[in-house]
Design a binder for this molecule. Structure first.
Ligand code: SF4
Ligand code: SF4
Length: 360
């Protein structure tokens, strides 16, 4: 059984949230996991421009300071996106990160785009997966000595939720790696719901959609990126059949295993502003769950399961299934456990908070 450390969002003048995060990181073992001299990749999602649900850089600064105090050399990283947006090459990506607050003055560490200028700087990592044999991982993630994976826990339009596994598995993949994962998950159009508004066609990065009476997808061109699903406000563009979405979820788990590649790692997840969709979209819909707390664990499966359980308990229904009925989020967790990435059984251990503990 894995341990998942937890703190809620209550705060006091003596113990604000940044101080609580510091305590959480120490309790979860950060000083033992990371060593002086290590190049530590802090894997993040910098948020698409216009999205305001992504992880605050202020939290990241706490982790950077803790790592620097150990003598480690942290840097912030994410890989480029498959779809056309504000993060599909390193120049746009760095500008977006800066506009969203990930600048030296705030975070105290450099930002390195994991797969380089055009998303081609990758390292192929062998993995004994059922669907992935060689994963294409962004070089800066692949070549780091250790990983600190900081995740905004939220929903996801194709696989139901975006947690630590997705941040690491999909987020660390080079553009070719992302294409490999997405290629079998191609959305369908529900003609009876389609208003022929054309929004999906306008945002499709592959020019794969033609709208006449309703949207028609050219599956030869479609990348499976899911952008059209997120853009359609009529529910007329839905993820592919369950088998193809499940396959995407399983590939994400296998890519996460490859990205981890047996290295020291700590996972930190924030259940805050839980939007129903990924932070890849240049907007965020209202939260579907209350702000619950921050989790930390060395087990990426346990931390995702714990985050999901906390959300389900707090909300009283499954907000992710309600937002994306086709997405079976259990698949990602079940497969990750099956391939030995971690355990869905965990002990939730609250850290001591309030006046009885202060960070030094
Ligand atoms: S965005 Fe939705 S409603 Fe509009 S054309 Fe595309 S599928 Fe149809
Ligand atoms: S049709 Fe949809 S999933 Fe396919 S490339 Fe276009 S936006 Fe992406």
């Amino acid at each position: 059984m894995s341990t998942v450390w937890f703190t809620d969002f209550s705060a006091s003048p003596e113990m604000n949230l940044l101080q609580k995060l510091r305590v959480l990181l120490r309790e979860a073992g950060l000083p033992k996991i990371f060593k002086a001299g290590q190049l530590v990749a802090i894997k993040l999602h910098f948020g698409e421009l216009g999205n305001l649900a992504y992880l605050r850089p202020n939290y990241v600064r706490v982790a950077v300071d803790e790592l620097k105090n150990l003598g480690a050399k942290p840097f912030l990283t994410d890989a480029n996106t498959l779809y056309v947006g504000t993060r599909s090459n390193a120049v746009d990506h760095l500008l977006t990160a800066a506009q969203n607050g990930f600048v030296w003055e705030v975070v105290g560490a450099p930002v390195i785009i994991a797969d380089g200028l055009r998303g081609t700087d990758e390292v192929e990592i062998p993995v004994d997966g059922e669907y992935v044999k060689r994963a294409k991982i962004g070089a800066a993630v692949a070549l780091a000595d250790a990983l600190l994976v900081m995740t905004h826990f939220k929903g996801h339009e194709q696989v139901g939720f975006g947690g630590a596994l997705k941040n690491l598995g999909m987020g660390s993949a080079s553009r070719a790696g992302k294409l490999h994962q997405h290629s079998t998950s191609k959305p369908r159009n529900l003609a009876d719901r389609c208003t022929a508004c054309g929004v999906c066609a306008r945002f499709c990065p592959a020019g794969a959609i033609t709208v006449i009476d309703h949207a028609l997808t050219d599956y030869e061109r479609c990348l499976g990126c899911g952008q059209c699903v997120a853009m359609c406000t009529f529910g007329a563009m839905v993820p592919g059949d369950e088998a193809s979405v499940d396959l995407l979820a399983k590939k994400i788990a296998e890519y996460a295993k490859a990205a981890l590649n047996g290295r020291p790692a700590l996972f930190v997840s924030f259940i805050q502003q839980v939007s129903p969709d990924c932070d890849c979209w240049g907007m965020n819909r209202p939260p579907v769950a209350p702000d619950i707390g921050i989790l930390a664990s060395t087990d990426p499966v346990a931390i995702d399961q714990a985050a999901m359980d906390l959300v389900l308990k707090a909300v009283g229904h499954d907000p992710f299934r309600r937002a994306h009925p086709q997405a079976r989020w259990e698949e990602q967790l079940a497969h990750a456990e099956r391939i030995g990435l971690g355990s869905r059984k965990y002990e939730l251990r609250p850290i001591l908070t309030g006046l009885d503990r202060k960070s030094s």
